[in-house]
Design a protein around this ligand. Sequence first.
Ligand SMILES: Nc1ncnc2c1ncn2[C@@H]1O[C@H](COP(=O)(O)OP(=O)(O)O)[C@@H](O)[C@H]1O
Ligand SMILES: [Mg+2]
Length: 262
Amino acid sequence: MPSLAFLPPFASTPLARTEVLTSHQSLLPLTAEGLTFRTGDRVLVDIETLSIGSSGATMILGPNGAGKSLLIQLLHGLIVPTTGRISFGGRPIDTAARKRQAMVFQRPVMLRRSVASNLGFALKAQGVGRAERAERTARLLVEGGFEKVADQPARTLSGGEQQRLAMLRALSTEPELVFLDEPTSSLDPQSTLAIEEMVARAVKRGVKVVMVTHDIGQARRLGHEMIFMHHGRLTEQTPAANFFDQPESAPARDFLAGQILT
Ligand SMILES: Nc1ncnc2c1ncn2[C@@H]1O[C@H](COP(=O)(O)OP(=O)(O)O)[C@@H](O)[C@H]1O
Ligand SMILES: [Mg+2]
């Protein structure tokens, strides 16, 4: 799947100018109402209301096939809902506001370019000028420990390195909101730790993170708020402090108890 910066503008109904989110307004709360995604007669996502407003990391947890990836793609505007509305700070999103959010996928999406150019291209897509781009790319290469491989094709890096680069690239444009869809699910423990550290640092800097995981340990390590999904529905949204000891919904309880949900 292509990365955010290279997609066409968000497909939405044209709106009156005054309704559109300007660059000064917060993207939060992120809300959805009557959100469904169907194919044929299958309802794959069915969410009455959702509001993500708090700072920190909101983790979307649930078994395989629950609809987590579809939900995060809907929220990020990569797929169009069958019904429902998604709002950012009370308003529909526009292209400018869309540039303030980024996404990282389960498998790293690298352009057929060098490591440095993968970073530079993302900055260019955001309208960063040549001189500033060069300076910021150099800084990011150091930050990520990629100086020695800066000119190497990004696709020759290991999976873990590519995913670290994907994270670095997503954060390079200083987004307000980042969507992460199981970015560590195909990585070894060391690379997983490196990604988790990047997530935690971003949260500390004030970036809002919405992250899908099926890993209870990861949800516990990173999450401030938990959303549980099962069969396309949201079964609960609970502060992390309560969720692990007192989940409110039966599916979450069973999942935390190690049962396989069907
Ligand atoms: N584009 C699609 N078209 C049809 N069915 C899909 C599509 N994407 C996902 N699905 C189905 O929707 C369900 C939820 O998928 P997904 O959101 O990927 O689950 P999760 O990320 O929680 O594992 C699964 O049954 C999956 O097979
Ligand atoms: Mg998924």
